[in-house]
Design a protein around this ligand. Structure first.
Ligand SMILES: *Cc1c(COP(=O)(O)O)cnc(C)c1O
Length: 376
């Protein structure tokens, strides 16, 4: 391993969207032009839905224009009221969905190895107002789905998973979207798998289908009846076309991310100032992110700034913690583990065509910046 850090000629971003072969995409465009059917359950949408249902081995799937609206619609479809127990270590979307639906988020602290909601602390937050648990599979690491379901069954709560990071993840061979009442996957450009923007819900109770369809289309159940105060969250034919193209390459993409992850893990091992994400053996990961924890906030912020000098862009994800957002007024000292992780976390560049030599050079540069050059 060479000892000199590398300054890259162009920016190495933390992520880069996956684009399919251009000609493959334009074939879909031709179909759309010929048909003049742009949105509202078109043929591309329906094909995409079928292929996703198959890929995710899901019992039921509905598609949406983005993941966030899918999450809000999941909350509405389950007719949740009062309080939802959730995690503060997540993207703004999770909490905003709860609040936009008129409910109160109750923040439970997270587990220090998975960064997911700590099942041992959920019960103490349950009140007679609690209607659901909204947990997040952060960085694609599965929550303790069995522990969560046990609590939900005991107190008669619904379970929604924000699986925005977890497309393609499996626990003991079981697809992650089959746990809980509803799971939301985001197909945003920055995710492992994208349809430009897009989202989907997987769910076990088939009777939710008509309600979900109505809620994403202004609450219309037939042209003559509006049964719900719905919104507009339909996926269009262009999004579905991008999704279809990218879905045909998904195994390759995840396989390549696995390789990049392995290079990071090798390149950053035995560093006293860095903690790598713990990966369980029984999980099929999607390698959506490569988060590391630095020793403290000062070291994290310095590394984040210093890497910019080499054109390496990292992201403090998730920082600030949701309960520290200016738009909310919660007390983040009540979730100390989440607070600590949020102050130390840094996500390194990972995407499906990141050059292996670049990954090695990033590792080298991090070692140099931390003053830990030896790799033994
Ligand atoms: C991306 C993301 C969302 C929102 O998904 P969009 O498709 O961008 O609306 C929600 N939750 C988490 C954890 C995310 O990372």
């Amino acid at each position: 391993m060479t000892n000199k850090p590398t300054k890259f000629d162009s920016l190495i971003n933390v992520t880069q969207p996956k684009l399919p072969d251009f000609n493959e995409f334009t074939k879909h465009l031709k179909d759309i032009w010929d048909r003049k059917w742009l949105t509202n359950d078109g043929p591309k949408h329906n094909q995409f839905k079928d292929e996703l249902k198959n890929y995710l081995s899901a019992n039921n799937v509905e598609l949406f224009t983005n993941g966030h609206l899918a999450l809000e619609i999941a909350i509405k479809a389950l007719e949740l009221k009062g309080e939802i127990i959730t995690t503060p270590f997540t993207f703004a979307s999770t909490t905003h969905a709860i609040v936009n639906c008129g409910l109160t988020p109750i923040f439970c602290d997270v587990d220090s190895t998975t960064y997911n909601i700590d099942v041992n602390q959920i019960e103490k937050h349950i009140t007679d107002q609690t209607s659901a648990i909204l947990a997040v599979h952060v960085f694609g690491t599965p929550c303790d789905v069995e522990g969560i379901q046990e609590i939900a069954d005991k107190y008669n709560l619904k379970v929604i998973y924000d699986a925005a990071h977890a497309f393609g993840v499996e626990i003991d061979g079981k697809p992650i979207g089959n746990f809980g009442d509803i799971s939301m996957f985001s197909l945003h450009a920055t995710k492992v798998f994208n349809s430009i923007e897009g989202g989907l819900l997987t769910f076990n109770d088939e009777t939710l289908t008509s309600k979900l369809k109505a809620l994403k289309n202004f609450g219309l159940t037939t042209p003559d009846s509006v049964d719900y105060v719905g919104t507009n969250a339909k996926m269009n034919e262009f999004q579905a076309s991008m999704g279809l193209c990218n879905l045909s390459n998904i195994e390759e993409d995840i396989g390549y991310r696995k390789y990049v992850s392995k290079l990071y893990t090798e390149g950053l091992k035995n560093l006293s100032n860095i903690t790598l994400l713990f990966r369980q053996e029984n999980i099929r990961h999607n390698y959506s992110y490569y988060p590391v924890l630095l020793k403290d906030v000062k070291m994290r912020d310095e590394l984040h700034e210093n890497l910019k000098k080499y054109n390496i862009i990292t992201r403090k994800y998730f920082y600030p913690l949701v309960n520290d957002f200016n738009c909310y007024n919660f007390d983040s000292s009540l979730t100390p583990v989440a607070k600590n992780i949020s102050e130390r976390v840094l996500c390194l560049p990972i995407y499906s065509d990141l050059d292996p030599e670049v990954v090695k050079a990033i590792c080298n540069t991090i070692r140099y910046e931390l003053g830990e050059m030896s790799n033994d």
